[in-house]
Design a binder for this molecule. Structure first.
Ligand code: PAF
Length: 311
């Protein structure tokens, strides 16, 4: 499986595929791949002729006191996973290939990047939007795949693609979970055994809110309280918010549109995020809302279809 370190060599190769009329799928990652990434790759392999994966720990999306230096890396294992999952090309650039000396232009996302993680990690989505735009320009995929666990990231990228007229379909793939519900994340590797056990309370809380929603609860405050009641084992709850699934504006009062309950919390020194979708039955939704749900859950929207799916 060819691995490219330079933009020039990658684009040369991709030109041949495009000339042959092949559909290119792209899975951008920061490496240390797990079953969640595998699900993105498998979705791409199923939908596209060629699947490109990038492995790049993007420095511009980390704050000065964040974990850039200790972010886990496992290049060999990443190669193995890509090979067995059916990836055709891997792109592993150095930081200087993406940000050469003199680099000075950034992509500044709008209000969708301001709440939730945007409020806790200033500049994070500017770094994500910049690197994703650059990677899109380099790879020029037909379709790109992102995980629902990074729900705000998906919203920022959908907005970016709309606003900048990028001819790329964005597919969001449902979160892959451990059997006990914990969302897979490269950062789970930081958790001690005791912290790992405590981290379960996040998905437990989200599932409790989802069950209440399915049982007919629509009051946003009560739904948040239902989740929060389970999340007592974390060290710091950074946010737990019920937001509109497209704009990420907070929902106060009754939940009548596609919504996401999003959480970020520290367990020990590890920061974890997770979310669950709360989707009213299709007959209660307008056409544009149904379309959004189908994009987010990767299939036709049906009542209850967006529910959590512990693996
Ligand atoms: O989700 C990630 O792994 C990163 O934020 C991404 C999209 C690869 C950009 O660096």
């Amino acid at each position: 499986m060819p691995t490219f370190r330079t933009i020039k060599s990658l684009t040369q190769c991709l030109k041949g595929y495009r000339t042959a009329g092949l559909r290119v799928g792209f899975v951008p990652t920061m490496g240390f791949l797990h079953a969640g990434h595998r699900a993105l790759i498998e979705e791409s392999v199923a939908r596209c002729d060629i699947t490109v994966v990038s492995l790049f720990v993007n420095p511009t999306q980390f704050g000065p006191n964040e974990d850039l230096d200790r972010y886990p890396r496992a290049l060999e294992a990443d190669h193995d996973l890509c090979r067995t999952a059916g990836v055709n090309l891997i792109f592993v650039p150095d930081a200087s290939e993406i940000y050469p000396p003199g680099f000075q232009t950034y992509v500044e996302p709008g209000p969708v990047a301001e709440p939730l993680c945007g409020a806790v990690r200033p500049g994070h989505f500017r770094g994500v939007a910049t690197v994703v735009t650059k990677l899109f320009n380099i790879v020029q995929p037909d379709v790109a795949f992102f995980g629902q666990k990074d729900f705000q990231q998906c919203a920022v990228i959908r907005q970016l693609v709309r606003d900048l007229n990028l001819p790329i379909e964005i597919v969001t793939v449902p979160t892959v979970r451990e059997p006990d519900g914990l969302a897979l994340s490269s950062r789970n590797s930081y958790l001690s055994a005791a912290d790992r056990a405590r981290a379960r309370c996040l998905s437990r809380g989200l599932f409790a809110a989802h069950a209440a929603f399915q049982a007919g609860e629509r009051d946003s405050q009560r739904l948040v309280e239902t989740a929060q009641a389970q999340m007592t084992e974390v060290d710091q709850l950074q946010y737990l918010q019920l937001v509109d699934a497209r704009t990420l504006e907070p929902i106060l009062g009754s939940v009548e549109q596609p919504a996401a309950l999003c959480v970020a919390a520290c367990v020990g020194t590890t920061r974890l995020i997770d979310n669950v979708l709360l989707i009213p039955p299709p007959q209660a939704l307008a056409d544009h809302e149904l379309e959004l749900v189908s994009h987010v859950i990767g299939r036709q929207a049906t009542a209850g279809a967006a529910g959590p799916r512990p693996s």
